[in-house]
Design a protein around this ligand. Structure first.
Ligand code: HEM
Length: 444
């Protein structure tokens, strides 16, 4: 067994951290091109990047029990997430996952789709022809509204507004901790930390009030929260405590809002830069819907739009870099990974591997036509991860993103304000640099 090939160019004390911080997307591609399992350093600590589809299966499925969620980008972030699905580990995570799964059963998607379509109507109704809007912000508000209504179907307008006001602090706080993983910085009496603490306290109060109301009424309200509250452990018959419910709700709020909103922002920026793709989406919408509002049942007929979403997830996976920690020593690709090591993988680098995707920098939805998609190795495309930590909201995200696109594109075209092609910024998610766009009413 040989040691994993080490990437050259690490600096004393800093290792490769400056490249990861300053040119993160080039860096993950450089690691991919260096070796399927590449050794590099963050500060003085060794880390491994796994970059081949075959080894992704070993990491995320075959040897999943030898890895847990962990690593430098993750630990501080979990301080805000608590012990919910996105952050917990081991048996506890598996139990919570089993209890939460029914809330994401496909039989519930129709109800959640309604929440997405209602939210799309609200945002669409707020725009005027020709105005410049902060689309990133509008889409964040929209996905927050959708998640709030998916979690709590009988939400009052005041509670919804309060959640929308406070939730960005939670999402931003998780992102900030991932990139400044130093505890005391987040405890300094700075205005940003004070605002964050105040927003988190209010968010907790609002959610606590909703949980108490549900407990008092004891009703199944056909939403995510009631499904979580009614779930019982098969072995013990126990349900979730109030604290666990809080943690699960926080996990969903963080994992399920900025991710979808960012992908939608990419969609509008890419379509503005690619009139040929936009024309095909419009033609499909006109043919399938003929002017009527889109509904959940239309999804199978919107095949081209579905391929556009798949291609967006390939080129701009919001979770562009993810981490694990080895809980015991394990062999990957013929190299021993020691217990305690930080292991990274990058859907961004995997999805742009020229050995798997021809002309990887080209936005080409037709690469997802069934006969061409069949040539993509199973674990080379992982926008939602794989194995026991795979995104629990995948079907919900697909439905929500496709329906919002169909609904908004039925009425509006977005136009670039700068005229430049969209540029990615890799932070806690992979976002487009620009957020402003001009909305133009579509005339058929
Ligand atoms: C474009 C949209 C989305 C993308 C790209 C995305 C991506 C991901 C990825 C890559 C993971 C796995 C992370 C890892 O392996 O370390 C994940 C986990 C997760 N996602 Fe999503 N997600 C999206 C939307 C959603 C939505 C809408 C929800 C919920 C309402 C959600 C809830 C979760 C949760 C709870 C986890 C943790 C699952 C676990 O560890 O058991 N996500 N997501």
């Amino acid at each position: 067994m040989s040691p994993a090939p080490a990437l050259a160019g690490g600096l004393p004390l800093l290792g490769h951290a400056p490249w990861l911080a300053l040119r993160p997307l080039d860096f993950v591609e450089r690691l991919r091109d260096h070796a399927p399992v590449a050794l590099f350093r963050i500060g003085t600590r060794s880390a491994y990047m796994v970059s081949s589809g075959e080894l992704m299966k070993d990491l995320l499925i075959t040897h999943q029990s030898k890895f847990e969620k962990g690593g430098p980008l993750f630990e501080q972030a979990t301080k805000l997430l608590g012990n919910g699905l996105a952050a917990s580990n081991g048996e506890f995570h598996l139990r919570q996952r089993r209890l939460s799964q029914p809330a994401f059963h496909h039989s519930r998607m129709g109800v959640y789709a309604r929440a997405a379509l209602d939210a799309a109507v609200v945002v669409s109704g707020s725009w005027r022809d020709g105005e410049v809007v902060d689309l990133g912000r509008a889409l964040n508000d929209t996905t927050m509204d959708i998640l709030a209504r998916t979690l709590f179907s009988s939400l009052t307008a005041e509670a919804a507004a309060e959640i929308r006001r406070c939730l960005p602090a939670l999402v931003a706080g998780v992102g900030r901790r991932a990139f400044i993983p130093v505890e005391f910085v987040h405890r300094l009496p700075l205005p940003v930390n004070r605002r964050e603490a105040e927003s988190l306290r209010r968010l907790y109060e609002v959610v606590d009030g909703i949980i108490s109301d549900y407990r008092a009424s004891d009703l199944d309200q056909d939403d995510l929260l009631s499904t979580l509250m009614l779930a019982r452990d098969e072995q013990t018959g126990e349900g979730m405590t109030t604290e666990q419910l809080h943690d699960e709700i926080r996990s969903m709020m963080v994992a399920g809002t900025e991710t979808s909103a960012t992908l939608l922002l990419w969609a509008f920026q890419v379509l503005a830069a690619r009139p040929d793709v936009e024309r095909r989406v419009h033609a499909e919408l006109d043919e399938v819907l003929d002017g009527r509002p889109v509904g959940y049942a239309d999804l199978p007929s919107l095949a081209y739009l579905g391929r556009v979403v798949q291609e967006l997830l390939r080129m701009y996976p919001t979770g562009w870099i993810l981490t694990r920690r080895a809980t015991s020593s394990v062999v990957l690709g013929g190299h021993r990974i020691p217990e305690g090591a930080d292991v990274f993988f990058s859907p961004y680098a995997l999805h742009r591997d020229p050995a798997v995707f021809a002309d990887p920098g080209r936005f080409d939805p037709d690469r997802w036509l069934p006969e061409r998609a069949a040539t993509v190795p199973r674990h080379a495309y992982l926008p939602f991860g794989a194995g026991v930590r795979k995104c629990i909201g995948e079907s919900l995200a697909y439905a929500e993103i496709t329906l919002i696109l169909a609904s908004l594109m039925g009425r509006w075209r977005m136009r670039s304000v700068t005229g430049r092609p969209p540029r990615p910024v890799a932070g806690s998610t992979l976002r487009p640099k620009e957020s402003l766009m001009r909305v133009e009413e579509r005339r058929r």
